[in-house]
Design a protein around this ligand. Structure first.
Ligand code: NAG
Ligand code: NAG
Length: 547
């Protein structure tokens, strides 16, 4: 049946309603007219019944009653299957009742119902399946109740619906109601103007003026995925031979332990181990399809291993000069003009942060940067397409070095003013802008932006025993995770409207030291190394709040 046909039936129905109301008025004045099988508290004619002050929905109505009204009833909800005994109903009206809930299948077995008025009650909650089976319903009114929302797809299957009245409720036009806006844009039914009671951004607007894109409903979070029974001080994810791996430095066991992704079991399983002592960093580096692991140790020097594919194990190929690297703290790898480098930050007084270069056979020391400064961290980044290093140290402000292409050396360029005691620096980019996260153990960690000539402060974060403040980018999501040894780890999410980070989530990690992302099989995992507890794996999940 087309829409026009329904409209005609609609106007007939309205006349029917007028007759019903007229008839009930007459009846309540003339209670002597008693039909057989009329329940207590109701007055009935052959095809019409009106109940007042009843405590539950009665059953014993004349079987061919077509209209039924409830006024000032005492029941708290309309329960499922309340009207299966009156299958001929075409009109059902509830007004000035006190119930607040409509249960699922409340109107089951009413294939001819065309008018349903549930007005001036106190309804707060409607089951998603409350109206199931109402295939002939033309007019639905839920006006003047206490509704703040409606369950998704509550009108599904009501194909004859031509009019919905939701006036006089307190609808909150948030993601939970996005479906209604979408439904309004493709249904033939008309809705009266209704105003949103919230949330603040939509308060006072007409819901009829909102568009589906007025709602921002996709959010994301890190959900606990797997817990690993070991402590770790560094974590690095890497790809080798098209497979994904993760390597941890385990300080107490003194090993580099590797995990690989099991595509069948959907977990990370043990791949291999490099035995060493007092390991602080295990840094992977792939050069010409060969996998190298730089193993930094606090005692006994640092070493470089290579994966021997045919022997299926790691083989030590080189020691690193123990006079330069005495107390390594951080390693970064990078490429400049097609050549492979790594740099080790050394935190001893006598040692020196040193850049190493791959020469085709091995790595040799390329340049030692400032000695005596006890560097805790080194970050490689490009500023205006030029290679730079930023060194953080215990005894001075962070120093920025720039690559000199003709000399093939890093030259000191500047330092970051008024920033003492920076433990480490990590960079990230948002829409072409360069930012850095500066970690301080106690006091304030910072986010700064490169303004073309220097780094300028954007935001300050209270640090409570923080050894890591790490930016994490996943598609369009930009996070910064601030670890704490004394409190929960705080995840911040970049709010592009404000140009700032806002708190998004807390994580309970014992003494976090590093984070690393892995993308596998269309999923994204975040590894969190823990110095004093279990190493944690989280999965980054998208959540549609409109579902
Ligand atoms: C709206 O009405 C048109 C014309 O009668 C019909 O083709 C269409 O299927 C209807 N749409 C819905 C969602 O009922
Ligand atoms: C590179 O170093 C040379 C020699 O110290 C110097 O003359 C030149 O200005 C430097 N280039 C840049 C771009 O800093």
């Amino acid at each position: 049946m087309g829409y026009r046909g329904r409209a005609v039936r609609g106007s007939k129905g309205w006349m029917l309603l007028v007759c019903v109301v007229a008839a009930t008025l007459v009846l309540s004045d003339a209670r002597r007219v008693r039909q057989p099988r009329c329940p207590a508290g109701c007055t009935c004619t052959k095809d019409n019944a009106l109940c007042e002050n009843v405590r539950s929905v009665p059953h014993a109505f004349p079987s061919d009653v077509v209209s039924l009204s409830f006024v000032k009833s005492g029941f708290n909800e309309i329960t499922g299957g309340s009207f299966v005994h009156t299958p001929a109903l075409q009109l059902l009206l509830f007004t000035a009742n006190s119930f607040d809930l409509i249960d699922e299948d409340a109107f089951l077995g009413l294939p001819h119902l065309e008018y349903l008025f549930i007005e001036n009650n106190r309804i707060e909650s409607i089951s998603p399946f409350a109206f199931r089976g109402l295939k002939a319903l033309i007019h639905l009114s839920l006006a003047y109740n206490n509704l703040e929302t409606l369950p998704k797809d509550v009108f599904k299957g009501m194909d004859a619906l031509a009019k919905v009245d939701l006036r006089g409720n307190n609808l909150i036009c948030d993601c939970k109601l996005k479906w209604l806006v979408e439904w309004m844009h493709h249904t033939n039914a008309t809705l009266d103007q209704i105003y949103c009671s919230g949330p603040p951004i939509h308060q006072g607007k007409k819901i009829n003026d909102l568009m589906p894109h007025s709602f921002d409903c996709i959010t994301a979070e890190f959900a606990a995925y797997q817990s690993l029974k070991f402590e770790s001080i560094s974590v690095e994810a890497f790809t080798f031979g098209r497979e994904q791996y993760v390597v941890f430095a385990q300080p107490f066991a003194g090993t580099c332990s590797f995990l690989e992704w099991d595509h069948v079991e959907m977990t990370f399983r043990t791949y291999d181990t490099i035995e060493s002592t007092s390991t602080v960093v295990c840094k992977p580096m792939v050069i010409d399809n060969h996998l190298f692991i730089i193993v930094a140790q606090l005692f006994g020097g640092s070493h470089i291993y290579k994966r021997d594919i045919s022997a299926n194990k790691f083989i030590k190929i080189q020691d690193i000069d123990i006079l330069k690297i005495r107390k390594p703290n951080d390693i970064e790898t990078f490429m400049i003009d097609g050549e492979s480098f790594f740099v080790i930050a050394d935190s001893s007084k006598a040692g020196s942060t040193t850049v190493y270069k791959w020469n085709g056979n091995g790595f040799y020391s390329h340049q030692s940067l400032h000695p005596w400064f006890r560097d805790t961290d080194v970050e490689y980044l490009e500023i205006a397409n030029k290679p730079h290093l930023i060194l953080s140290s215990s005894s001075q402000r962070p120093v920025v070095y720039q690559w000199n292409r003709s000399q093939k050396q890093f030259d000191r360029r500047t330092d970051i003013p008024e920033m003492e005691d920076v433990f480490s620096i990590k960079h990230f980019r948002v829409k072409g802008d360069l930012f850095i996260c500066l970690t301080r153990f106690i006091g304030d960690s910072k986010v700064m932006r490169w303004d073309g000539a220097m780094f300028k402060e954007v935001q300050t974060f209270p640090s409570r025993g923080s050894m890591v403040f790490q930016p994490v980018s996943i598609g369009n999501w930009q996070y910064a995770i601030l670890g704490s040894d004394y409190s929960l780890t705080q995840v911040y999410q970049w709010d592009s409207k404000r140009g700032q980070f806002v708190p998004s989530q807390e994580m309970n990690i014992q003494a976090p030291r590093a984070f690393s992302l892995v993308s596998i099989d269309g999923r994204v995992f975040l590894f969190a190394s823990s110095f004093k507890g279990k190493t944690q794996i989280y999965e980054h999940l998208m959540i549609d709040l409109s579902n």
